[in-house]
Design a protein around this ligand. Structure first.
Ligand code: ADP
Ligand code: 5GP
Length: 213
């Protein structure tokens, strides 16, 4: 082995799925096997749920704090509905990760994808993770055992729209066999790293190769 190493410019991988689509499960498995990739932790005004941990699942903030961050231009993108909870992607955290050559995984909805594409264009890869069918999605939500039937119905009522939005994504993964989808996600991440425009030290590498005669 030589010391030759292609350096990664860092990509924002957005993963969207209907709730229960398997995002947590698939990401956990894929990220076990890949270095230099981290989750962006969003900021939200919604109350903390179940086993969630502040600073790991989200940064849980007050409405006032969210507004302050928004006014201070601290978000890459945000959902600022008047009724539901607000969500935002902290710009500083994402920029620092990208700057250190890491890939960043973001869990956003489709409006979030649109906003980030406008801001960061080629540095964004949007991946839609779909269940094999809505019937199977419902079975998985029921079997997961974390939501009441009322919450499950609410999630199901949003799922169809989520699935249909897949046509606007760069990649579409069907979460049928877990191993297959994990391997597909890993392949997307690893192949993106060797796209020419994502190699930050290409000139240097080429020089090393040709000089070592
Ligand atoms: P999300 O994070 O998108 O809400 P989860 O990762 O919690 O979804 O997955 C929902 C449920 O479906 C969990 O109980 C999980 O174990 C199960 N699940 C996820 N992927 C698969 C799969 N490929 N095959 C079978 N069950 C799955
Ligand atoms: P939950 O409250 O169930 O954790 O998330 C609800 C929805 O908000 C999910 O669809 C998730 O993708 C989306 N979401 C979470 N964080 C952000 C964010 O920072 N920006 C945007 N646009 N959506 C987010």
């Amino acid at each position: 082995m030589t010391d030759l190493e292609l350096k990664n410019r860092g990509t924002m991988f957005i993963i969207s799925a209907p709730s229960g689509g398997g995002k947590s499960t698939v990401l956990k498995e894929a990220m076990k096997d890949i270095d230099n990739i981290e989750h962006s932790v969003s900021v939200t005004t919604r109350p903390i749920r179940g086993q969630e941990v502040d600073g790991i699942d989200y940064y849980f903030v007050s409405e006032e704090k969210f507004k302050e961050m928004l006014d201070d231009n601290q978000f890459y993108e945000y959902v600022n509905s008047d009724f539901g909870p607000k969500y935002g992607t902290p710009r500083k955290q994402v920029d620092e990760l990208l700057k250190s050559g890491k890939d960043v995984v973001l869990d956003l909805d489709y409006p979030g994808v649109q906003q980030l594409r406008q801001l960061a264009g080629e540095r964004v890869k949007a991946i839609a993770l779909l269940p094999p069918s809505l019937r199977i999605l419902r079975d998985r939500l029921v079997n997961r055992g974390t939501d009441s039937s009322e919450v499950i119905e609410k999630r199901m009522s949003m799922a169809e729209k989520r699935v249909k939005e897949a046509e606007f994504y760069d990649y579409v993964l069907i979460n049928d066999d877990l191993n297959t989808v994990v391997e597909q996600l890993k392949a997307i991440i690893l192949s993106t790293r060797v796209e020419k425009r994502n190699i930050s030290n290409l000139g240097e590498c080429i020089k090393c190769i040709v000089e070592d005669k």
